[in-house]
Design a protein around this ligand. Structure first.
Ligand SMILES: O=C(CSCCNC(=O)c1cc(-c2ccc(F)cc2)cc(O)c1O)c1ccc(O)c(O)c1
Ligand SMILES: [Mg+2]
Length: 214
């Protein structure tokens, strides 16, 4: 049942996870996707790397590119101090609709602004829309071919400042070779690779953490 994979994930969450408990929603998504059907959530292994970066940065403003079902959105939001905000961009209306409901079930929706549209159209509007100077953390997990152009767009829009941390998923699988080459060779970034595995599979993947130097 459930017309789409995101819908089936949502139904499983609604039936098994504790309302208002983000950790139980995260566990429910992981057990469904590990045991029933694979889905492109960052997953628990890479999710622990994401958690560690969020706790280290203690960001006031977070941008996420690629919401999907809201799994990484929840992982980030559950660790944000009151007053901090997470802006997440999703181009697929159906994914966004499901994510909204999953975030609501987890009780983290108050700190999240979920915008539907393409990142290239939305990024230039963010400074004005949220009256913000810069993002403290950017989690990049959308179209792999958009990682590099959108990073350059963030630079051009003045949304990165010295110390801003970029964390990119899937730099090994499916891979983002042009993005990696850029952040590893540009004098404007200090970059570090965190080896891991593709969500729910014994396949190599990893995340790249890149600090913008200004
Ligand atoms: O999918 C999109 C683009 S956003 C999702 C990007 N994320 C990925 O593609 C992504 C992919 C994989 C992965 C996939 C197959 C493998 F064999 C191995 C790995 C893993 C990840 O962790 C990812 O994040 C989209 C589809 C329809 C629309 O209508 C729309 O609007 C958008
Ligand atoms: Mg991913």
């Amino acid at each position: 049942s459930g017309k789409s994979r995101p819908m089936r994930i949502l139904q499983y969450v609604q039936r098994t996870a504790v309302q208002g408990d983000a950790n139980s929603v995260i566990s429910a998504v992981d057990s469904y996707c590990a045991n029933v059907e694979w889905a492109m959530n960052v997953g628990d292994m890479k999710g622990e790397i994401l958690d560690a970066v969020v706790l280290d940065v203690r960001p006031r403003w977070v941008l996420e590119l690629g919401t999907y079902c809201g799994y990484s959105t929840m992982r980030i939001a559950r660790f944000l101090p009151p007053g901090a905000r997470l802006v997440t961009l999703e181009m697929n209306h159906h994914y966004a609709q499901v994510a909204k409901q999953i975030l609501g079930h987890a009780g983290v929706d108050a700190q999240v602004d979920l915008l539907v549209g393409t990142s290239s159209a939305l990024i230039p509007q963010l400074k004005k829309k949220f009256d913000l100077d810069k993002f403290d953390l950017v989690f990049i997990d959308h179209w792999k071919t958009s990682y590099l152009p959108d990073t350059k767009l963030l630079e051009e829009c003045g949304l990165l400042a010295s110390g801003t941390v970029l964390l990119a998923d899937n730099v090994t699988c499916p891979g983002a070779p042009d993005y990696l080459q850029y952040v590893r060779n540009s004098p404007r970034y200090k970059s570090l690779y965190f080896p891991s595995q593709l969500e729910y599979l014994q396949v190599e993947d990893g995340m790249e953490k890149s600090i913008f130097l200004g």
